[in-house]
Design a protein around this ligand. Structure first.
Ligand code: G16
Length: 548
């Protein structure tokens, strides 16, 4: 039957007005995504906007949360109706965000559609999300997401192929109308990529010895990847990977690898001496948390340590072109970059801002305070890559995590750092607080704050050094005369009310007191920003929901 007879044009009575992508794609409650035509509207807009869709290759997969398989079915049928030549997806529809980025790049796809609300809870009462990545494997730039949003606001219908979705149970080749569909094992290509970057013999020798690793997949997408890597190829004992089976609701958990939501793993490492190394990844596998025995590695420090030790990994033995961090991330990596004589860039929050720098070869590593680290091997942050990188460093240096961190501070100084999150605040209260401080910025320069003087108070703006594009309104910064700073930002990934993030940082040079508790070291800044921004009073919250 000719394909045109199978394509159905579905009319929309009203276009949706709430499909503006946030920091990381369109992220809404699962219930909202269950609204008839809601998913289809956003996908139609993406398929119309992304260049090269007709006749191109599209990668589709997700983190396994509730709705994943059904969405892959819908997107496949819509892709066929839009003339996509080949769709690549994975068994069970399981595909981590970093593995998707790699597939897009290695298979010459024009784009990828990744189904994930990242670290947000899943299930019927949780969240769902759709991320659109471009041909470079990275999150679509704002020009593309803005164009997609614009289409959704006036959309009058969408095209979809009638028929049954293809089976995702086994690898294989299928046809959907005139579109070829490849179902492949989503783990294999990714594992091969990692083998090219790290010395698996050396890491394997570490894991087969007395060294004890605990990895928590949080019942999310990294389970199958971590099991193949750690327990399969690297020979770690069975049980090394905890919560390794992906579940549609992540077992009722919140797959966000931080000290609050990965508290069981944190307790194992921080309150006992059984394990040498602990790590966890988030829902879609792009975030990572690193723990040593009785030692938490702050994500900003993690980027700095990887930068300083990069040449210990075969994939980076030739050195680094440069490094980048998001603005709220501490300046720990900047200090290392200066010592190495390589450039360090400061970008707005969101992995998409690293894309141009990576594509232009100006940076090799990049990272964010939000538990994201990555490199030019793909165009997304990569949780398991970071874990392997740490294992590589430990295998070569033969010392515990705490020694690596201690020696790092001893050499470069310590950036005391903490992020305080106030989650699910009433939107009016959050915006009222934020706008008030923003309005105060012009008068804050030169005034006293936490026993220091405010040198600069501004709303961060970024000019992309590669394409010259300007992005403004990226966070309120109070830069103090001793190098300390406080940043306020409203999260772009929450789905309930608003989340206020307060980032606190203070530098102590080598030779100073490097062994303080961060909350104590930052105590004066914490009190001062609460007074200035009236955080407790305006949010009605006595303390942050999450402290990192
Ligand atoms: C996403 C982006 C990250 C960014 C984070 C910020 O993370 O991919 O690059 O740092 O959002 O989140 P927020 O706006 O809430 O501070 P993910 O892991 O959700 O994709």
């Amino acid at each position: 039957m000719p394909m045109s007879t199978l394509v159905r044009q579905v009319a929309l009575e009203h276009p949706f007005q709430d499909q503006k992508p946030g920091t990381s794609g369109l992220r809404k409650s699962t219930r909202q995504f269950a609204t008839p035509h809601y998913l289809e509207s956003f996908v139609e807009a993406a398929l119309r906007v992304v260049p090269g869709i007709e006749g191109g290759t599209l990668v589709v997969g997700g983190d396994g949360r509730h709705g994943n398989r059904e969405a892959i079915g819908v997107i496949s049928r819509m892709a066929a109706a839009h003339g996509v030549a080949r769709l690549i997806t994975t068994t069970g529809g399981i595909l981590s965000t970093p593995a998707a980025s790699h597939l897009i790049r290695s298979r010459g796809a024009v784009a990828g559609i990744i189904l994930s609300a990242s670290h947000n809870p899943g299930g019927p009462d949780g969240d769902f999300g759709v991320k659109v990545n471009g041909a470079n494997g990275g999150p679509a730039p704002e020009s593309v997401t803005d164009a997609i949003y614009a289409v959704t606001t006036s959309l009058d219908g969408y095209r979809i192929l009638d028929g049954d979705p293809i089976s995702l149970d086994h690898p294989g080749e299928h046809c959907l109308g005139e579109m070829a569909v490849t179902v492949l094992d989503g783990v294999e290509d990714y594992v091969t990529l990692m083998q090219g970057l790290f010395d698996f013999d050396r890491i394997g020798a570490l894991l087969r010895g007395n060294f004890r690793l605990a990895f928590d997949a949080m019942h999310a997408v990294t389970g199958p990847y971590a099991t193949r890597l750690f327990e399969g190829l690297l020979g770690a004992p069975a049980g090394t990977v905890r919560n390794g089976v992906p579940l549609e609701d992540f077992g009722g958990g919140h797959p966000d690898p931080n000290l609050t939501y990965a508290h069981e793993l944190a307790a194992l490492l921080l309150e006992s001496d059984v394990y040498d190394f602990g790590a966890a990844c988030d829902g879609d596998g792009d975030r990572n948390m690193i723990l040593g025995r009785r030692c938490f590695v702050n994500p900003s420090d993690s980027l700095a340590v990887l930068t300083a030790n990069a040449t210990l990994a075969p994939g980076y033995s030739g050195g680094l072109a440069g490094v980048a961090r998001s603005m709220p991330t501490s300046a720990a990596a900047d200090v290392v970059a200066r010592a190495l004589g390589i450039p360090c860039f400061e970008t707005p929050t969101g992995w998409k801002f690293f894309g141009n720098l990576l594509d232009a070869g100006r940076i090799t590593l990049c990272g964010e305070e939000s538990f994201g680290t990555g490199s030019n091997h793909i165009r997304e942050k990569d949780g398991l890559w970071a874990v392997l990188f740490w294992l590589q460093i430990l295998a070569v240096r033969g010392c515990p995590v705490s020694t690596v961190i201690g020696e790092h501070w001893h050499t470069y100084g310590r950036h005391y750092y903490s992020r305080h999150d106030y989650e699910a605040i009433a939107s009016d209260a959050a915006h009222g607080l934020y706008d008030r401080v923003k309005g105060m910025l012009p008068s804050l320069g030169g005034s006293r704050f936490a026993g220091r003087t405010i040198a600069t108070a501004d709303d961060f703006a970024y000019t992309d050094p590669v394409d010259g594009s300007l992005t403004s309104g990226q966070g309120l910064r109070l830069l103090l005369d001793d190098g300390s700073r406080v940043v306020l930002r409203l999260s772009g990934t929450g789905t309930q009310g608003a989340t206020l993030r307060v980032y606190l940082e203070s530098f102590v040079a080598p030779g100073g007191d490097l062994a303080q508790d961060p909350q104590q070291a930052l105590g004066a800044l914490i009190t001062a920003i609460d007074d200035l921004a009236e955080i407790r009073q305006r949010t009605g919250m006595e303390r942050p929901t999450v402290i990192t």
